[in-house]
Design a protein around this ligand. Structure first.
Ligand code: NIG
Ligand code: FE
Length: 401
């Protein structure tokens, strides 16, 4: 066999379940790559000859490169003032209704240039990369007009050109009602579906379409369906901010559209969860936002397990509900707040996160998949969930490099 590169003296969590081990652990393992793909993975002593460059990993653990499948990394300004107001008693919802919240970030983002958006988002991306992240999803949603939504997505694409990482973009124009449409939520949803979405799709700026379904501060199911129908017409997959603050039937709606994922889903009901599992829609859990807005109604993990729903975990990094580009912290929060097992949490940032983005070429370590690796100085995989905001990542490989 011929390889370009080989990593040895490592323990490998392949994330391909076998013999009752959900992590697919290979102790004293090795991984070989050829042309950016994994060519071989197994016990070191079984490694065939054919290595060009060999890296000894000193007993480190190798996992698939981590995937943050839900972020709003591109935005201007911050919401520290809103944080203060919330400490004085205002709720996330009350601030949004008073024209703050998402709309205050919209004002800052509209005032920023594309260069400024890239410059402010890159340090957030770099924090994720330092933790072993090799694929990240980035949403628009702080423009709420065609020009600024396009600019946010272009900024995200430019970040991908400036760092060794895969970026997938999602158009989230249906995130809030902009000031130009006072009290005209349905009109704005129609504008997104008829004008903004087709123009963004024609420019190839979005890999998927997202929306915020919420009957009070987002869009209702019917308005969301206009946007989703337009996405289908443009050939783009959909995903949804669903049932974050109340049960609006978002889980069932996402299943009906065969969405890649429904995200947050704290208030999703058991029927909606079962429908998602049946439709292959991934449930993306965002424990950082749950924690930060001091939500007290946890997602129904028992129903998700019973339905066999694939659960992913992501940062939701955004200025309002989760100002944290720290995916490893989310592993801990997912375990502590939602009682996920270590295996569930780790699948949530690898295999299931890949599924939430519609990617079948990554998220696990097996021959033929992209050679995206994350190396950690840990003694067992549980350490990745155990440390509270510590980063044991010592290396990253992206397409074999
Ligand atoms: O994922 N729920 C709506 N959207 C974001 C929050 C955005 C913001 O507050 O700026 C979320 O939580
Ligand atoms: Fe979000």
């Amino acid at each position: 066999m011929s390889f370009d590169r080989v990593w040895t003296d490592a323990h490998v969590a392949t994330m391909v379940a076998r013999d009752g081990d959900p992590l697919g652990i290979i102790e004293d393992g090795a991984i070989a790559a050829k042309d950016g793909r994994i060519a071989w993975v197994g016990r070191r002593r079984d490694l065939p000859d054919g290595a060009a460059i060999t890296t000894r990993c000193d007993g480190a653990w190798i996992l698939p490169g981590l995937i943050d499948c839900h972020t709003h990394l591109v935005f201007a300004g911050d919401r520290a003032r809103e944080f203060e107001l919330r400490l004085e008693g205002a709720s996330y919802e009350a601030i949004a209704k008073a024209g703050g919240g998402i709309l205050s970030t919209v004002r800052a983002t509209r005032a920023a240039t594309e260069e400024e958006l890239v410059a402010s988002a890159l340090p957030r991306l770099d924090e994720l990369l330092a933790q072993g992240v090799t694929t990240v999803e980035i949403k628009s949603g702080y423009g709420l007009d065609l020009g600024t939504e396009a600019q946010m997505l272009r900024a995200a694409r430019r970040m991908a050109a400036q760092r060794p990482v895969s970026v997938l973009t999602s158009l989230l124009a249906a995130h809030a009602v902009p000031p130009e449409y006072p009290g005209r939520r349905a009109d704005f949803a129609r504008h997104v579906a008829k004008d903004i979405l087709p123009a963004i799709a024609a420019e190839g700026l979005a890999d998927a379409v997202d929306a915020f379904t919420d009957s009070v501060i987002g869009f209702d199911a019917e308005e969301t369906s206009w946007v989703f129908d337009a996405a289908k017409a443009a050939g783009l997959p959909v995903k949804l901010h669903a049932d974050q603050l109340r049960d609006d039937g978002g889980a069932a709606l996402s299943a009906r559209y065969g969405a890649l994922s429904a995200d947050h889903i704290e208030y999703a009901n058991a029927e909606g969860i079962a429908a998602m599992a049946k439709a292959g829609t991934v449930g993306v859990l965002l424990p950082g936002a749950y924690y930060f807005i001091r939500e007290t109604h946890p997602p129904d993990i028992a129903a998700m397990r019973a339905a066999g729903l694939r659960m992913a975990l992501a940062t939701d990094c955004n200025p309002g509900s989760c100002p944290s580009p720290n995916l490893l912290l989310m592993l801990n929060l997912g375990c502590t707040l939602f009682r996920l097992t270590v295996a569930e949490a780790l699948a949530g940032v690898t295999t299931h996160a890949a599924a939430a983005l519609g990617l079948s070429d990554r998220g696990a370590l097996a021959p033929g998949l992209r050679c995206d690796l994350a190396l950690f100085a840990i003694s067992r995989p549980a350490e990745l969930c155990y440390w509270l905001g510590r980063n044991p990542c010592i290396g990253r490989v992206v397409v074999g490099q």
